[in-house]
Design a protein around this ligand. Sequence first.
Ligand SMILES: [Zn+2]
Length: 106
Amino acid sequence: MNLVKNDLVKVISGKYKTKTGKVLKVYPDKNRVIIEGVGMIKRHSKPSRKHPQGGIVEKEAPIHVSNLMVICRKCNQPTRVGHKYLDDGTKVRICKNAGCGEILST
Ligand SMILES: [Zn+2]
C-alpha cells in the first residue's frame, strides 16, 4: 500500500479511467481507497432518525489501488512510488519520474 490520505491520484484503468482526485480514506487491509468525487454510487437508504424520509444517498465507492497512480505535485505527472531513507532514517516516498525524485507527502 503506497497511498496515504490526501494523496492526489489518477485512475489509470477501469470504469473511472482518467479521473483524478484526492484520497479521502484508505483501507489498507483491502488495498482500496476512497477518492473524492470519483466512483460515486447511489445508495437507497431506509428511513432513519437522521433521514426520516429515507432516500438516495450519493457516496464514493472504494477503488482498488492497482487502478491508481499518485500524481506528483512537483512534476504534475502520474508516477510510480519509490522509497528512500533520509539521513535521520525516516522512510519517505519519492516520485520515480525521470529528473524529478521529489519527496511525496508522507
Ligand atoms: Zn515528480
